[in-house]
Design a protein. Structure first.
Length: 131
């Protein structure tokens, strides 16, 4: 397992611009037609722009299945940003690359990475003590 501490670039879609679902930034709410995901496109537009026949070319669709029959798959697309405003009032806040909400795309990568082995075998993991 890796833990990164410090500043990490917010530019998820590496295009050197601040991508956001909010087309009217003054209200900071998801309005009709804005729940597109960070790329700004609904699936039909993604197919055209990216020249793809896949149903979701950007792989950004939100899905959540609350059925105990599908327990292993409940969270598979939980981090999707397209269509996630439907779940709760929290989804009414537009998805954006601006994680610290300072209005600027921070692109600095200045961090420390720590590696923590998760192997539970004492012979392979020096951090396991006492059995």
């Amino acid at each position: 397992m890796y833990i990164d501490l410090g500043k990490i670039s917010e530019d998820v879609i590496p295009n050197n611009r601040l991508d956001s679902e909010d087309k009217a930034p003054q209200n900071e709410l998801i309005d009709e037609g804005e729940d597109t995901g960070l790329d700004g496109y609904f699936d039909p537009q993604e197919q055209t722009v990216f020249g793809s026949q896949k149903s979701d070319p950007s792989n950004d669709n939100f899905a959540y299945n609350n059925s105990p029959l599908f327990d292993l798959y409940n969270y598979f697309n939980i981090n999707g940003t397209e269509g996630n405003a439907q779940l709760t009032d929290i989804g009414r806040v537009p998805d954006t690359e601006d994680l610290n909400r300072n209005g600027v795309l921070d692109q600095a990568n200045s961090y420390f990475r720590y590696e923590i082995p998760i192997d539970t075998t004492a012979a392979n993991n020096p951090y396991i003590h006492g059995g």
